[in-house]
Write a protein that binds this ligand. Sequence first.
Ligand code: EPU
Length: 328
Amino acid sequence: MRELNTFGFDQTAEALLEVTEAEQLTDIYEDARLPRPFHVLGGGSNVLLTGPVLGTVLMNRIKGIELISEDDDIVRVRVGGGVVWHDWVLFAIAQGWCGVENLALIPGTVGAAPIQNIGAYGVEVKDVIDEVVAWHGALGKFIRLSALECRFGYRDSIFKQELKGEVFVTEVCFRLRKHAQLHTEYGAIREELQAMDAEPSVEQVAQAVIRIRRSKLPDPAQIGNAGSFFKNPVIDASLFESLLQRFSNMPSYAQPDGMVKLPAGWLIEYCGWKGFRDRDVGVHTRQALVLVNYGHATGAEIWNLSERIIASVQERFGIVLEREVQVW
Ligand code: EPU
């Protein structure tokens, strides 16, 4: 599995199968020779392999980008679950379509995007999803879920809850705009675009996002990692007020429902972990939310490091960090 997970862990799976057409899934799920359970893998950029994988890994390689309908303002586009996410973003930008530019350079595939509702720089994929089509293993049929039915939340969806382990996302249908409606309010993007006089284009926003990501986040091709390892905790306002008395410079983001989101990277850095390294496991030097494999680390070692980080953040702030990566 080493080439199939961006941490670069050298694990084995009992069986491995490439799925290139949605129609293959009926036979695959009926095939009694294939070891169970099934695990669906996209770009392998959000998994932590802690041991050999029991069962069959199904690699989503379903390709294709197809325009379904358009009017003066909106295009609806069907994209195969195995399309590389950033390739889809580049395709959309080249057509002049607006909506996914803030999500440029996120590793992984289109089929994985709705699972954890990927997000960056003020946009979440839920904002542009029309519908998700998936094979439901237990029902033995395809299901279609509207964005509402996907019950998207912050790095969350029905696919991580009731449907966890049950479905294989074959395609995602997006709604994008033909006229730019840009999201440039996120601090880092605003700073990147400040020098421009005119209103930036879709392409320029994507370029700004790409520059920011390259400056902060390690490239998995060079240093093994899975992006943010933890979710940013969302706490209630009264707990936040009491923390603020003790940590007056703590950054925070007020949520529409009155809760407060805290940057886990700040909490972890405050506890002294940023740049930590023990043999081949570590905490990235420029972004404390990213745990890294410098070479020959194992998933179990990264897991142990994450336990130590959770314990120290809990001790200092009384907040229990939740892992964002999927642990296999
Ligand atoms: N911060 C620190 N120290 C650090 C890192 C962050 O103090 O080492 C503080 C700073 O105050 C900074 C704030 O945290 O201003 C926010 O940092 P950043 O803009 O890097 O965003 P993040 O909250 O750490 C989230 C997402 C990222 C996404 C960025 C940009 C999560 C779990 N992570 O990170 O998503 O790219 O916002 O929108 O929500 C991912 O999910 O894998 C991912 C990379």
